[in-house]
Write a protein that binds this ligand. Structure first.
Ligand SMILES: Cc1cc2nc3c(=O)[nH]c(=O)nc-3n(C[C@H](O)[C@H](O)[C@H](O)COP(=O)(O)O)c2cc1C
Length: 174
């Protein structure tokens, strides 16, 4: 197996939890992106980057471009955590297309998480209450919009360790 490291950006703890699970499964080190000096990456063949999705954008994704320009020959994997159910493949494909550099061939994995209002900072809380307000004001809401509103109401955590299996299997197959 390649010598790998997990670098993550996590604001409310979901991505951090997935990073720990991946690190345990692969027996590799994990670092928050804030503590990661690009120089450290010399030691690794494979860099796994993960972040939470906010309005379609993966937090900290700039790290991927920086790493690619500094180390064009290293392998990369991107994973994202989000509240969108994984069955919503159109939405997940949109996240992939918005974040994975075009024609890079970087593998992308998506893991279901939830919302944590207790750990959310002021600006994110404000954004969430604006989104809830917009959905609430829609007259004749359809089932998806009702479900979205219900899902956003309180904190919940639908993350689960087995969701990392496809990523772990992929890395082990390299
Ligand atoms: C302001 C805000 C916007 C969000 N936007 C999305 C989104 O577009 N798609 C999604 O699936 N989840 C969205 N979420 C849910 C987060 O992606 C989810 O909580 C994520 O796992 C957070 O990761 P973290 O705890 O590691 O920061 C949003 C959450 C917040 C607070």
């Amino acid at each position: 197996m390649e010598k790998c490291v997990v670098i993550y950006k996590s604001k409310t703890g979901f991505t951090e939890k997935y990073a720990h699970w991946i690190g345990e499964e692969l027996g590799c080190e994990i670092y928050p992106v804030e503590n990661c000096n690009l120089v450290h990456l010399y030691d690794y063949d494979l860099i796994i980057f993960g972040g939470g999705v906010r309005a379609g954008k993966i937090d900290g994704i700039k790290f991927v471009n920086k790493t690619r320009s500094r180390f064009p020959d290293k392998k990369l994997i991107i994973f994202a955590t989000g509240a969108t159910p994984p069955e919503e493949t159109v939405a997940i494909d949109r996240v992939r297309n918005m974040n994975v550099p075009a024609n890079s061939g970087i593998p992308f994995f998506y893991f279901l998480s939830g919302f944590n209002y207790e750990k959310m900072k002021g600006f994110d809380k404000l954004v969430m209450s604006m989104v809830k307000g917009v959905v609430r004001r829609i007259k004749d809401k359809d089932g998806t919009q009702d479900a979205m509103l219900a899902a956003m109401k309180n904190s919940y955590d639908h993350s689960s360790r087995e969701y990392i299996d496809p990523l772990v299997d992929y890395v082990k197959s390299l």
